[in-house]
Design a protein around this ligand. Structure first.
Ligand code: DHE
Length: 559
């Protein structure tokens, strides 16, 4: 059965602070109310892929008119004005082969017409967000001296899952041992990811509205002890993890404004804001280079900060934040998500719209490789395992192609020396039944590799996972029907099986069944060895679960 995908990658709530678009010569007229509505829809649905200033990233450039010169001097022109309202209405309603999804089932005809007119007008420029703005937004709800000095509950904190309830703007803390929802807390709008303190005591979560929430797991019930705004749109956070600096700092990456911010790791007091505006790897100025994934190095006092639009990877040395040192590494444009290789020396990040994976060597501070992949790699944090024929590999799936690519990664471990010849090559492509993969996952104690495909337009694919046997990758993968196993009734809205997370011991895999905004969803837990259903975690409050972050695995970067 074929069913259309609902608005993929719906975006941030920054529209509140926005005015209407400025009228563009030749563009259809709009009333002030229409402009305000267009701004809201744009930021909720479009900005994540196309950018606030509409210069394009994963999605196409949506400026009213653009002109560009390629490297051979050839000039081309285009833009929304050229396409006009009727054509744009069709694109918005039905999507494109290039990966744009259809909106005819989430926007009304009037809203589609409004958006077709809105994007022919000049883009809004949202306000900047300074260190002072951050300070003004900062709430230290429970100062350090008033927090517990020891764990006040009996929960096995290492096996707690911080679970995003996307559309309710909440985080569910689920006890991984009993599989009971321990507590649900309010967080930012369409909360995106959670990362753990190096100690495993605190959870830091970031919403698409730029709100960072710090949750203390030592209270009897998880308690929000501080919050702060990074700007009006953000996606990433991480702590400082290097020995001697554990949890001293938190860094947050902004989509708008394009900047990263350094905060005190214990209180979230803002300390420094660094803009990422500047030149791209092609030598052109970009006004909106958004901060995508950020990860803390274990071997140096550094964060790896991946800047989407410039294609530059920044190694930010936090040992002296007043005299901040940044190493800027050129890679490829539109950096997105990524993860460590198994030695945690190399960080591999998808340059998704360039169809490449960039690998940075955090020991030497240099680009180690730029690996060509299939269309739109999307690894999440990727998956590391020892391939029977090619040695250590890191896996990524693709949004735009039906394969999981395995990239050979280097190591100093002599027992893998014979695999050196394969390093930084795609050594195998595992076939998937279709494109639309978002996440792959394995665990050092597992012999399975799990892959989802929630963005595949076929209902049968979006609702399932495929599991590969790492010991024998020639075997066809096993199909796991997450929607069926959930036992939940079929709903009007598409239910996507998205994001896998292992428990601490690597014996269970948790998958979200992400249903409609008003439908009860579930987390479906499987025994990793037998691939049999173990438990369905559901509750009337289980609305739109997406990412899940096991405290221990996230703290130690195990994937
Ligand atoms: Fe994500 C990670 C950006 C849409 C679920 N997502 C990330 C990261 C970035 C990012 C930059 C890496 C953070 C890091 O490691 O520091 N995501 C974006 C977008 O720009 C995009 C395409 C559109 C948007 O407007 O946000 C987008 N993401 C989605 C979704 O629609 C998903 C599927 C559901 C949801 O919750 O919104 C989604 N993204 C996730 C998850 C991770 C993530 C679960 C963390 C994966 C992990 O295992 O670490």
């Amino acid at each position: 059965m074929k069913r259309k995908l609902l608005g993929m990658f719906a975006v941030s709530a920054m529209a509140g602070a926005m005015g209407g678009a400025f009228a563009q010569e030749g563009a259809p007229a709009m009333t002030a109310a229409e402009k305000a509505q267009g701004a809201k829809i744009y930021f909720e649905r479009c900005a994540g892929c196309h950018g606030v200033l509409r210069k394009g990233a994963t999605g196409k450039n949506l400026e009213p008119a653009w002109k560009k010169t390629d490297k051979d001097g050839k000039v081309s022109e285009g833009g929304m004005l050229k396409l006009g309202t009727t054509r744009l209405e069709k694109v918005i309603a039905f999507g494109t082969d290039g990966g744009m999804v259809n909106y005819d089932d989430i926007l009304t005809k009037d809203e589609i017409n409004l958006m077709a007119r809105y994007i022919q007008n000049t883009p809004d420029v949202p306000p900047e967000f300074s260190l002072k703005d951050m300070k003004d937004s900062w709430k230290l709800i429970v100062p350090v001296k008033d927090r517990p000095t020891k764990q006040m509950n009996k929960i096995n904190l290492a096996n707690v899952f911080a679970t995003t309830l996307r559309d309710t703007g909440e985080l569910a803390l689920i006890d991984g041992d009993t599989k009971q929802i321990w507590h649900i807390l309010k967080t930012g709008y369409a909360v995106h990811i959670s990362r753990m303190s190096a100690s495993g005591r605190y959870v830091y979560t970031v919403g698409r509205d730029g709100l960072v929430t710090m949750i203390d797991l030592w209270f009897e019930k998880p308690t929000t002890v501080a919050s702060i705004r990074l700007g009006s749109d953000a996606r990433s956070v991480d702590v400082s993890k290097f020995k001697g600096y554990e949890d001293k700092y938190l860094v947050g990456g902004g989509y708008w404004p394009p900047q990263y911010s350094i905060m005190d790791g214990g209180t979230l007091e803002p300390l420094k804001v660094v803009s990422t505006r500047g030149m791209t790897v092609d030598g052109e100025y970009h006004p909106e280079p958004r901060v995508a994934s950020i990860v803390a190095s274990h071997i140096k006092p550094e964060w790896v900060v991946n800047v989407k639009e410039t294609g530059m990877i920044k190694l930010v040395d936090y040992s002296d934040i007043n005299n901040l040192k940044e190493t800027t590494i050129n890679s490829a444009k539109f950096l997105h998500d990524g993860g460590w290789d198994y030695t945690k020396r190399y960080f591999l990040v998808a340059a998704n719209a360039s169809h490449k994976v960039a690998a940075v060597d955090t020991k030497t501070g240099k680009l180690a490789a730029l690996v060509d992949t299939k269309k739109i790699p999307h690894p999440g944090r990727g998956a590391n395992f020892i391939h029977p024929k090619f040695g250590p590999v890191w896996a990524t799936g693709h949004l735009g192609d039906a394969v999981v690519s395995l990239i050979s990664t280097p190591t100093d471990d002599k027992k893998y020396a014979k695999y050196k010849q394969y390093n930084w090559k795609v050594v195998e492509e595992l076939k998937m039944p279709g494109a639309g993969n978002l996440f792959v996952k394995t665990h050092p104690n597992s012999t399975h590799l799990w892959a989802d495909m929630p963005m595949n337009p076929e209902l049968e694919n979006a609702e399932v996972n495929y599991v590969y046997d790492i010991k024998d990758l020639s075997k066809p993968p096993v199909k796991i029907d997450v929607a069926k196993d959930s036992g939940l009734p079929v709903t009007k809205a598409l239910r996507r099986a998205v994001h896998q997370e292992y428990n601490k011991d690597g014996t269970e895999v948790w998958i979200s069944l992400w249903g409609g905004k008003t439908d009860q969803s579930a987390i479906v837990v499987y025994d990793d060895k037998t691939l049999k259903l173990k438990k369905v975690i559901t509750d009337p409050k289980m609305i739109t679960p997406t990412g899940k972050f096991n405290v221990y695995n996230t703290m130690k970067d195990i994937f």
